[in-house]
Design a protein around this ligand. Structure first.
Ligand code: PAZ
Length: 345
């Protein structure tokens, strides 16, 4: 707490006060240990290391979280990119939303088809991979095992925006000894707004007024700036802007690293403008823009001093709908082919 009565308070930049006011996740220490060992290993082998962020961050509305605001992202972009970076010789730190798609296993999870649909029962009652999928699964399995054997893939989960920012700061700082051999590929969908620690309700927000609000002394549910309290069915949430972490990354945490950020928009007329704006504001190396409705088959690269550059999957290779549930295995195969063309393109 600031001691305003005793000395003139010096304003703390929002970025720094964020970390002061929002405590680190319990996992930070163990993740830092793992990341430190991983990075040192690859510094010694003179290897390029990419930190890929993937999946959406959440904004909890309660400390004991029942409800939260989420950000759109399945983790497809991040998990797929991780595989291609590994193939290109990078070591990958995969900072991802817990339970979102992961490199390699993504081929068999979160699809309309359960992983069991890839299996069959053998003649003697043993579980086997359906012959139709064996060749592809063997290829995926070999790459996955190689990444593990060669210690090239470190997967670290986050859930909330605060966890994400703490992990990003810690790992980016640890990556400094890599100098220009560090790459940041920021595909995660990161919350722009959050509910600060001092305004968050300890317990589940109630949907109707209790006659006598029950507090246990530690609950902050009655502070004037307090958390949103249910009045009938209306819930008003007053969120603060999340400090601009990209600025901190570029200027402070990873001054020598190459930084690629993503920009997601829904209005086509805004996409390039917003990407250029981000580039001017943060002075990093590349913004990759994509629209929610077309993200699977077109992206735009916006780099300083260059014309914007679109990469598109040819029309005949596009899957018909990227939002509708996939009806069958054929659609899944189509999507994988499309993604390979995206990366080759
Ligand atoms: O994870 P996914 O493949 O479903 O979606 C990827 C994406 C659209 C979240 C990503 O490409 C992206 O644009 N990330 C940045 C989002 C943002 O503007 O915060």
């Amino acid at each position: 707490m600031e001691d305003a009565g005793q000395k003139e308070s010096v304003p703390v930049p929002k970025e720094r006060s964020y970390f002061r006011d929002n405590p680190p996740p319990k996992t930070l220490e163990s993740h830092t240990k793992l990341a430190k060992a991983f990075i040192s290993y690859h510094v010694r082998s003179n290897r390029d290391v990419v930190m890929i962020t993937s999946g959406g961050t959440t904004v909890p509305l309660e400390n004991q979280t029942v409800r939260f605001i989420d950000n759109f992202s399945a983790g497809t972009r991040g998990a797929t990119s991780a595989e291609y970076f590994l193939e290109a010789g990078y070591a990958v730190i995969f900072l991802h939303r817990q339970f979102s798609l992961l490199p390699y296993s993504r081929h068999y999870s979160h699809s309309t088809n359960c992983f069991l649909d890839f299996m069959t029962e053998g003649q003697n009652g043993e579980v086997e991979v359906n012959p139709e999928y064996q060749q592809k699964m063997l290829g995926v399995l070999r790459k996955y095992n190689a990444a593990k054997r060669e210690n090239k893939l470190l997967m670290l989960p986050f859930t909330t925006i605060t966890e994400y920012l703490w992990e990003l700061r810690e790992i980016a700082t640890l990556m400094r000894p890599l100098g220009p051999k560090a790459l940041f590929f920021l595909a995660a969908a990161v919350s722009d707004f959050f509910l600060p620690k001092d305004r968050i309700s300890e317990h589940k927000i109630q949907s109707s007024d209790n006659k006598e609000p029950v507090t246990n002394g530690s609950s902050k549910s009655e502070t004037s700036a307090g958390p949103p309290v249910g009045h009938g069915k209306q819930l008003k949430i007053d969120l603060d802007p999340v400090p601009k972490f990209l600025k901190m990354l570029v200027d402070g945490w990873a001054p020598e690293g190459m930084i690629v950020s993503f920009k997601l928009e829904t209005d086509p007329s805004l996409l390039v403008f917003k990407a250029q704006q981000a580039l001017e504001k943060y002075a990093h190396h590349l913004v990759i823009g994509n629209l929610l409705s077309t993200r699977k088959y077109e992206v735009v690269f916006v780099a300083p001093g260059e014309e914007e550059h679109w990469i598109r999957v040819p029309v005949h290779r596009r899957i018909k709908s990227v939002t509708a549930p996939r009806p069958d295995m054929k659609a899944l195969k189509d999507e994988q082919t499309t993604e390979q063309e995206w990366f080759r393109g």
